[in-house]
Design a protein around this ligand. Structure first.
Ligand code: RB5
Length: 148
């Protein structure tokens, strides 16, 4: 199951993404925020999804803020999270195939809905290629271990 969250700036795009997931029969849990009126802090939502994925309660995550930058920085602070901010489908595919990204970050003020939904589809349909990429991805864990 996917975990999905946004701040107020990402709320409208998050609703479009959830509608799209519904149409495709892909299950998700919406961890907030629940409207675009109340200003909230994007680190809280990056952390929520990051922890859900790191704790394996959810397989993957999608996070959305205005640029996708702040919420992805927050998610990446959670050990085990590999959040990738993607602005095109090539980045989406490569973030899965090479980086084994477990969280997709989108910027609602940067890309349109159509592109965002294509990015979501590409990201969900791509898989990690392993092999030489695994050696590199394993180094993320080594870096994290240096700061325990
Ligand atoms: C909110 O105004 C905005 O700062 C936030 O959505 C995001 O773009 C931060 O990186």
């Amino acid at each position: 199951m996917l975990a999905i969250a946004s701040d107020h700036a990402g709320y409208v795009l998050k609703c479009e993404v959830m509608k799209h997931l519904d149409e495709k029969g892909i299950s998700y849990e919406d961890l907030g925020t629940y409207d675009s009126e109340k200003s909230v802090d994007y680190p809280d939502y990056g952390q929520l999804v990051g922890e859900a994925v790191a704790n394996s309660t959810h397989e993957h995550g999608i996070i959305i803020c205005g640029t996708g930058i702040g919420i992805s920085i927050a998610a990446n602070k959670v050990p085990g999270v590999r959040a990738a901010l993607c602005t095109d489908t090539y980045m989406a595919r490569m973030s899965r195939e090479h980086n084994d990204a477990n969280v997709l970050a989108l910027g609602a003020r940067v890309i349109g809905t159509g592109l965002a939904l294509d990015i979501v589809d590409t990201w969900l349909n791509a898989s990690f290629l392993g092999a030489r990429h695994k050696i590199r991805v394993d180094k993320f864990k080594s870096i994290e271990n240096n700061y325990k």
